[in-house]
Design a protein around this ligand. Structure first.
Ligand SMILES: Cc1cc2nc3c(=O)[nH]c(=O)nc-3n(C[C@H](O)[C@H](O)[C@H](O)COP(=O)(O)OP(=O)(O)OC[C@H]3O[C@@H](n4cnc5c(N)ncnc54)[C@H](O)[C@@H]3O)c2cc1C
Length: 448
């Protein structure tokens, strides 16, 4: 019998917890869920209906295997499998699936416990793990799985302390409090999927506001087609060619060549999904760095596309002159409201300044272990975990085992989701998470 502690109450934690309690050979499974409703995490806690999934309903099951299709669950409403459903409904689905699994596990006499607390420390003692919770309780287990998601966002380095204290600068885009007066000018830093949601919310909440979003490249994510394109017949050969080289430049050339000859580039990008981890792991660190420096934004925009409905609203706002997207680098944020945002537009020599009543930072997942606090800080400081070479998360193996500072596998310590970004690269969306959760459960509890 193996006792397991799963730390993290988001959808990744839910997938692992559900897989574990579904297996007969588990000892006791403890799920430390932190704050908030278990299973929802950052992505599925939103109550705003215009915050849509960016994966079609057909791809959003929580558990691996048949019978776990979100599109057929009542929580999806009458959504068709190709549609992009509000994320809040997916949160309902996760909670419903967890309730079913918990009920079945209870009937089967399995041991599991939920702890609505934050884990603050973990260490090994006599061959077992101890996990200390805020409040003092300590759990004991053979295996610990970290499903703690991304780190708390940090303010941009060049935002002044006066600006940060002003109340007009929002560091966490999912925690935007209502300002005392509706802002007339809102500036969003970032143009990725988070920025899309922030802009959609701002347009609704403050219909009179002028909106602007800036990022170095000034590009919104590409737009999903209404219906998915059929798989491209040349995909297997392309994937093989990509795996055959460890140079980013050559991979890019092969990809361009394929896209020039194919009817739909989106099918090609989607068809790379099964080989993304070996593609990433096959790159030497210097090539990974090159990819991050030159191609990351383009890959993210093409791989993690926005739903057509979100794009339609943004296009309308742009056509009405309410929304501007600019390619610019933010050099500083000063003042105490309105804030002065100093920027350098792409290709320009000098600086210019934008005045904004509200600045919202939407610069993507914060993963740098340098900024880790709490449990992760403790694990790093104790030498039980180590940053990956690119400082995108924690170092580990393909199957989610964490490695220590010397590169050796840390017995009984695994991770899932965004923490493994540097190790696996594409590991944050539900299709990858549910496969990883199944594989983790099979590895930790092999007897079923
Ligand atoms: C806004 C947004 C939209 C997304 N949309 C999609 C989508 O449409 N489709 C898709 O496939 N993927 C989407 N994703 C990707 C998303 O990461 C995953 O789908 C999924 O939510 C996995 O999240 P997670 O559980 O790893 O992390 P999180 O959701 O961040 O959950 C981690 C949880 O762990 C808790 N925690 C952290 N530290 C501790 C601790 N020490 N003790 C206890 N608890 C702790 C946190 O409070 C948090 O609740 C989206 C992500 C975001 C941020």
């Amino acid at each position: 019998m193996v006792d397991v502690v799963v730390v993290g109450g988001g959808a990744a934690g839910a997938a692992v917890f559900g897989e574990l309690i579904g297996r007969a050979d588990a000892g006791c499974v403890h799920w430390v869920t932190g704050q908030g409703r278990p299973g929802r995490g950052v992505a599925y806690s939103t109550g705003e209906d215009h915050h849509l999934l960016n994966v079609r309903a057909a791809g959003m099951g929580l558990f691996d295997g048949p019978g776990s299709v979100f599109a057929r669950h009542p929580a999806a409403g009458d959504a068709e499998p190709h549609q992009f459903v509000p994320r809040s409904r997916y949160g309902d689905y996760v909670q419903a699936r967890l309730a079913e699994r918990s009920c079945a596990a209870r009937q089967a006499g399995r041991c599991f416990e939920l702890h609505a607390a934050t884990a603050v420390d973990a260490w090994r003692d006599g061959g077992r793990w101890r996990v200390r919770l805020e409040g003092g309780a300590t759990l004991e287990a053979d295996e610990v799985v970290l499903a703690t998601g991304a780190l708390e966002p940090r303010p941009l380095r060049n935002a002044s302390s006066e600006a940060l204290a002003s109340g007009a600068y929002v560091v966490d885009p999912w925690q935007t409090r209502e300002p005392s007066a509706p802002p007339g000018r809102v500036l969003v830093v970032g143009t990725g999927l988070t920025a899309v949601d922030v802009l959609l919310s701002a347009a609704r909440r403050w219909p009179g506001a002028r909106l602007q979003a800036v990022s170095r490249h000034g590009r919104l994510p590409f737009i999903h087609r209404e219906y998915p394109a059929p798989p491209w017949p040349g995909q297997a050969a392309l994937n093989e060619a990509l795996l055959g080289t460890t140079r980013v430049r050559e991979r890019l050339r092969a990809l361009r060549w394929a896209m020039d000859g194919a009817p739909d580039w989106q099918a090609i990008v989607d068809g790379m999904r099964p080989v993304m981890v070996p593609l990433w792991q096959g790159l030497p660190v210097a090539e990974r760095r090159r990819f991050l420096r030159h191609l990351r934004w383009l890959w993210e925009a093409a791989r993690h596309r926005m739903p057509p409905a979100s794009a339609n609203v943004l296009q309308r706002l742009q056509a009405e002159g309410r929304l501007r997207i600019a390619a610019a680098r933010v050099l500083g944020v000063d003042g105490k409201g309105p804030l002065q945002v100093r920027i350098r537009a792409r290709g320009a020599e000098g600086e210019s300044s934008i005045e904004a009543d509200l600045v919202v930072q939407a610069t993507g997942l914060e993963m740098s272990p340098a900024t880790a606090t709490g449990l992760l800080r403790q694990l790093l400081d104790r030498g039980l975990a180590a940053p990956d070479p690119l400082r995108l998360g924690l170092a580990g193996t393909e199957d989610g085992r964490l490695t220590g500072p010397g590169g050796g596998i840390q017995p009984g310590l695994s991770a899932i989701g965004p923490l493994l970004r540097g190790t696996l690269w594409e590991c944050t969306a539900m299709p990858e998470i549910r496969a990883a959760a199944r594989a983790l459960a099979e590895r930790l509890l092999p007897g079923d």
